[in-house]
Design a binder for this molecule. Sequence first.
Ligand code: UGA
Length: 469
Amino acid sequence: MNKHYFNNKQYFLRCFFKIFSLFLLLFSHSTSIYTKNITVLGTGYVGLVLGTGLAYFGNNVTCVDVDQEKINALNAGKIPIFEPGLEQIIKKETTFEKLSFTTDITSALQQADVIFIAVGTPQNADGTANLSFIDSAAKMIGQNLNNYKIIITKSTVPIGTGKRIKNIIASYANPTINFDVVSNPEFLKEGDAVNDFLNPSRIVIGAETEEALNVMKEIYAPLLAKKIPLIATDLPTAETIKYAANSFLAIKISYINEIAQLCEKTNANIEKVAAGIGLDPRIGNQFLKPGPGFGGSCFPKDILALSKTAENVNVKLSILEAAIEANKRQKEFIQEKIYKALNYELHNKKIAILGLAFKANTDDVRDSAAHDIIKGLLDKKATIKAYDPIANENMKKELPSITYSKSVYEAATGADVLVILTEWPEFKNLNFSILKEKMNNTIIVDARNILNSKTIKQLGFEYYNIGNA
Ligand code: UGA
């Protein structure tokens, strides 16, 4: 059985189970007996998935955003992000009037028993998290506090933000009305967010009162009934769990990427090394996939924010700093591979880039390794033709000067080298005869180790991957 066949079979089985669970989801009904009026502030990845999931649990959910265009689109059934399964549940819950979208923040706040804050926390120039959206949400909540409410942070926020939110609300609110602030970090992954929301590995709740904790348990009753573990703790501990989790995963990726570099010098095979260490349950086999460097809206931003937080309290997170540095070097390492494959002559060389999203199953290009690698190649005067199944439009906004193709083969036409940067399933099943016909040079750099090295070389391609896989 060759590796391709094995990969395909696994992939189709995974797809089948995902489609099957989504099917079950769409035709099932919520199980919560504790219906609440919930307002979610912010309709980004986290807010939209959260609001939809809470509506699915049977709550009355209002999602608020300041972006009128986005709200109009959502009310018209148009989902602004690509997230498998989300659109169908949104349609179902809006039809049952469990889920609605508005820009009217005042009424949405006043009618809520529970308010989730899921607004963005973009990165400041110095790497710290920008809390201006959080602060204005807290101010609005304070100004509209008409009865006891629980305010929950879902956005990834620096440690200590729960306390900050509490102080802001208190400074604007009627002092006779009580409220509680809770930290309830989200661990969902883009591309698998619906499944992650409905089947999380754990629920973390940082609460200061018994009352708030009990309400949170009611909200998550459908998940607690499935025996999903609950970590009940205080605000700073919950906030730290989120950053420590993302940082640990990022460290794991940087570690395997460096070991892959070592494998190239020692003639070891990184995929076997990863499998060999991953089978030790103390290490675990996930997040040991070498690649062009981690990206996305979370890891790069969150680990920098955590290292800044530590710096401010005079704690040195040296392992984290090394992981950040290693991630920069990994992108340079991939560029170096491309230069080398082209004998260090990039001027006017045509490079076909396959994959722009920061990982497969998303159209998100934020902090994507592809962005930095393409920029490095452009600086060396290479000509880039790129193709991504769904992220072309988003990358166009960041890198308007390169050419975007409608297919792999259009991008490959006339190319001196073909570079795979995102592990999209369609790149695992390329038609190599067509590629041979279309490409100028039959060179492939596979920065995700998705092709079978032996097969590709036998087909007459010059092939480079990561860590002799
Ligand atoms: C990440 C976390 O996995 C989620 O648990 C968390 O909730 C989320 O951040 C967040 O804080 O909101 P996400 O950014 O969607 O989720 O993406 P991941 O699947 O974690 O991938 C991040 C990056 O690491 C991608 O560029 C991916 O290609 C890379 N990666 C991942 C590797 O290079 N190797 C691996 O083995 C795994």
